[in-house]
Design a protein around this ligand. Sequence first.
Ligand SMILES: *[C@@H]1O[C@H](CO)[C@@H](O)[C@H](O)[C@H]1NC(C)=O
Ligand SMILES: *[C@@H]1O[C@H](CO)[C@@H](O)[C@H](O)[C@H]1NC(C)=O
Ligand SMILES: *[C@@H]1O[C@H](CO)[C@@H](O)[C@H](O)[C@H]1NC(C)=O
Length: 773
Amino acid sequence: MLSLLSFLSLLAIATSSSTNEQPRTFIVQVQHDSNPLIFPTHQQWYASSLSSISPGTAPLLLHIYDTVFHGFSAKLSLTEALKLQALPHIIAVIPERVRHVHTTRSPQFLGLKTTDGVGLLKESDFGSDLVIGVVDTGIWPERQSFNDRDLGPVPSRWKGVCASGKDFAPSSCNRKLIGARYFCKGYEATNGKMNETTEYRSPRDSDGHGTHTASIAAGRYVFPASTFGYARGVAAGMAPKARLAAYKVCWNAGCYDSDILAAFDAAVSDGVDVISLSVGGVVVPYYLDAIAIGSFGAVDRGVFVSASAGNGGPGGLTVTNVAPWVTTVGAGTIDRDFPADVKLGNGKVISGVSLYGGPGLAPGKMYPVVYAGSSGGGDEYSSSLCLDGSLDPKLVEGKIVLCDRGINSRAAKGEVVKKAGGVGMILANGVFDGEGLVADCHVLPATAVGASGGDEIRRYMSAASKSKSSPPTATIVFRGTRVNVRPAPVVASFSARGPNPESPEILKPDVIAPGLNILAAWPDKVGPSGIPSDQRKIEFNILSGTSMACPHVSGLAALLKAAHPEWSSAAIRSALMTTAYTVDNRGEEMIDESTGNVSTVLDFGAGHVHPQKAMNPGLIYDISSFDYVDFLCNSNYTLTNIQVVTRRNADCSGAKRAGHAGNLNYPSLTVVFQQYGKHQMSTHFIRTVTNVGDANSVYKVTIRPPSGTAVTVQPEKLVFRRVGQKLNFLVRVETTAVKLAPGASSMKSGSIIWADGKHTVTSPVVVTMQQPL
Ligand SMILES: *[C@@H]1O[C@H](CO)[C@@H](O)[C@H](O)[C@H]1NC(C)=O
Ligand SMILES: *[C@@H]1O[C@H](CO)[C@@H](O)[C@H](O)[C@H]1NC(C)=O
Ligand SMILES: *[C@@H]1O[C@H](CO)[C@@H](O)[C@H](O)[C@H]1NC(C)=O
């Protein structure tokens, strides 16, 4: 029953680690229905399996899984893990991995629009039967965003609990926050006991991330809301009436797979409708990925799972949480920002952004400005980054200091400058960060500028330093909150990009949603800058990250599910994707913040979500659990690996006959051609659409082929008589080889659009040519 690849991954650990016998956590999948009758419970059976491999002191069981996964986690030596894996009823032994939250960890810009059309749901009870499970850092239940005024009783099917613990009484839950649990056994098995001065052994949030994401998904209307006066207005989540359940899995040292899987197990069994996961790590095959495995179990039970794409952008192949049953969300800007410009002694103005909220610099006064890289004691590199203790107070006192981004957090650099006696800070992006800006609640007057702005300031400083008569000076002008910014949305620089590193035939991310400068609830425990010395308390904070984009889609999914209770997870995602838009508020193609150039499908997937249109998409591309099994077959996963993910004994013979992985009924179509000296290349896709619009509707296709390709669709007209009716069509893509260097690739995109005069159903078509090495 040994899966070769997970066996190999165990071996990899064995050969890469000098401390093989150092126990570590493993997630163990068990053939569920082979529980011998002598064991009344699975727990006893699992405990007995553990004693059988380790006759002395049996390893301790951490979690038992029985809803989205069958098995347990335990801390095992490698020898024990290998022995366990050899037992006949063990399907897989998966090594623990650690994940991290997907915030850019620096408070930033803007707030939620009380989103297009969804605001109209405010007065109704719309969405109030839906429960969103937020798998994150916990929650600060006293926030106004979680009040339960005018909400009806907790839905009767709800089976969750309000787990009490440190500073978290059972009464912390209410009719809004209807469940709260915490999972720390995996965390503590690796890190030892948590420090209860800095962490709560309870669902209470000592970080802020989980409180923020939960209120983005389903925060109530709160007015007035702002962060130090920035982004003043009404704060509201996407689904203000939906219920929330917090599943705390992330702790100071990260979020451990064994705990994440336990949270999925509990959330699905509690009865959530949506799981929101703004957490991720490196991409591994699905059968080694607890998030992919837990998500499959959830989706299989009708639960929608949205996950953040990650903040590894703007480079390619950075997207995470890429399983095709997960909805993967990237981040875009909104039309609000927080300008804070640098004015130089030569009159030049460099635009920047900031959420600094304290006493400003003296109006009209110019301050001496110094580059941290030339102000340090010994190490120029660490001083240029304004690392702790790297600045010489004699050189920065009374001055504005230019620091480079990297290593420590943006806000922490401000603290370093402040401690050294600086009066202000300019934070410059490196080449790698490009022009993407994140605003922070700095502890001194400070602003962030792009890489080119930083270069310009340095050039000015170096020229001015040479002239004794006019040494370099600067000031920062804080301009507050600016709205109706154009262009917006723009793909956020940090938003992780495709292609999909695990399944190249599935375009990821699926969509983008607001993720830059999002205003949402924040705990008292943490200052707005996130640095430990920051004692300021605020009700709302402004953060950026795909972490903030994901819960927008989670809330939206709850609204879609309320409107269409019969829709599957795939149907909800299809509605979001086929109605998404790719133009900005100037009516032009969305641009990429990192370059200022036009963005591509690899940046935004199907586009930016459009809540109103997603309510009524006309057609949907549905996918069942069996289709995902076929997909895994056609991705050449072994039967055992498929079983690890799906808990089913798979038979791949039918799937293989039916074609290739790109035939999964996904709302986007992607093909990667390997040009092995071939001249002509072609492929076809079979798709099935379900009519969820009107009876007797006729859809006609419009094809926008990717440049250099020929795309045909048969039939070109779909005639639906009934609602719920399904019709198939065939898409053929042909292309000729292009000149490429070995290892190089070229991506072109187009689209297929079905329209009945009332609905427009758009699917991206992505063709990549790859020249083998
Ligand atoms: C726990 O954290 C506090 C605050 O950082 C620290 O002072 C204390 O030494 C830590 N305790 C342990 C046992 O590590
Ligand atoms: C952006 O556009 C400019 C000019 O159009 C081009 O020179 C540059 O290569 C583009 N950058 C990227 C990353 O595509
Ligand atoms: C699976 O294996 C077949 C046969 O070797 C190959 O043609 C196909 O490209 C593979 N598919 C994937 C997705 O790797």
